[in-house]
Write a protein that binds this ligand. Structure first.
Ligand code: RAM
Length: 335
């Protein structure tokens, strides 16, 4: 009996030690973004860093150099092997990563998409930067105002597989259906794949193919910066108007010289920060990602989770902010 008791005590001690060890092990998050070398994602990583200092989790981050789906799959496989507790991903292909992320979820890893979503069956929650419809609408309003409400416009997007780009373009097209835009013609949507050189060439192609082109919307930080250079190099600053979603740090000079008179973006640091808080809340079991739940996102306050209408759920970070030649100085060193 004595022996059995001491064995039980030893087992209880081991168990409590084990629990103590696992309770002290920090949460580990694997962050995946579309590509390396894109300052937008570097800023988002700063948001994860900020949150990790407040919450004490560990994170590793990576993206493929070539913005490929295959590259993201390999990174996710590596994160699964490293036994991360959550994967937070901006996807190059919403459908392309579903299978590998389902493998991750089967192993108990929580999956949060942010910036560019994963299909509902491959995620627990999506973090959108802002209400997608507004992101589409404000860019149409901006270009319409810049071109005086009439003429040909084009869209220079990132990749055709990027869910965020496609959603925003869908809402731009819906906005353009309104009678006040009757005199504006969207002539084409071209794709620069979020590669600077390709985006520059696509902008040159637009200039050559559409001599009457009045304006361009580029809803990608890589695309809008490359488009600004191409417009300026062609001596067309002010003649072809430009707007889109740009990083103040990359676009400040083009706002100052009025190649771009106004553009939008949200705070990418906040986007990473909210994604980090959501990931930790999910790993801790405070939320499951179901509609109706909410979580505390540090200094940004409470975020409500809603039905995304695609079979999954989402929450948003904030509103798109308008950058102009007048306010760009305040922002160019922030992100
Ligand atoms: C690029 C990427 C990213 C997008 C921003 C606005 O950096 O395409 O996904 O959200 O632009």
């Amino acid at each position: 009996m004595k022996r059995i008791l001491s064995l039980m005590l030893a087992a209880a001690l081991l168990l409590s030690l084990g629990l103590a060890v696992s309770a002290e092990e920090p949460i580990k998050i694997g962050v995946v973004y579309k590509q390396t070398g894109n300052p937008f994602f570097e800023a988002a990583v700063r948001g994860f860093e900020e949150a990790s200092q407040e919450l004490g989790f560990e994170f590793i981050h990576n993206g493929p150099a070539d913005s490929s789906n295959e590259g993201q799959i390999q990174i996710i496989e590596g994160f699964i092997q490293q036994e991360v507790d959550a994967i937070a991903i901006s996807a190059n292909d919403a459908a392309g990563v579903v299978s590998v992320l389902q493998t991750a979820m089967d192993k108990g890893i929580k999956v949060i998409s942010w910036d560019s979503k994963v299909l509902a069956e491959g995620r627990n929650l999506n973090i959108d930067p802002s209400v997608a419809q507004n992101i589409g609408r404000v860019q149409v309003e901006e270009i319409a105002a810049q071109i005086g409400g009439e003429g040909q416009i084009a869209v220079l997007s990132a990749a055709a597989t990027h869910d965020n780009q496609n959603t925003w373009i869908k809402y731009m097209k819906e906005e353009l259906e309104k009678p006040e835009y009757d005199k504006i013609e969207l002539v084409t949507v071209v794709y620069g794949d979020d590669l600077t050189d390709k985006s520059y060439q696509e902008m040159q192609g637009l200039i050559n193919s559409y001599p009457d082109l009045k304006g361009v919307i580029s809803p990608t930080t890589v695309g809008v910066a490359a488009a600004a250079v191409a417009i300026k190099d062609a001596g067309l600053s002010g003649k072809i108007k430009l707007t889109g979603l740009g990083l103040p740090s990359e676009m400040a000079d083009f706002l100052a010289d009025r190649t771009c008179e106004g553009m939008y973006l949200w705070n990418p640091i906040d986007l990473g920060y909210v994604a980090a808080y959501a990931s930790v809340a999910m790993v801790k079991g405070e939320i499951t990602g179901a509609a109706g739940e909410s979580f505390e996102a540090g200094h940004l306050g409470v975020r409500e989770i809603s039905d995304a209408g695609d079979g999954g759920t989402f929450t948003i970070v904030g509103d798109p902010f308008r950058f102009t030649p007048e306010n760009i100085e305040e922002w160019k060193n922030v992100y």
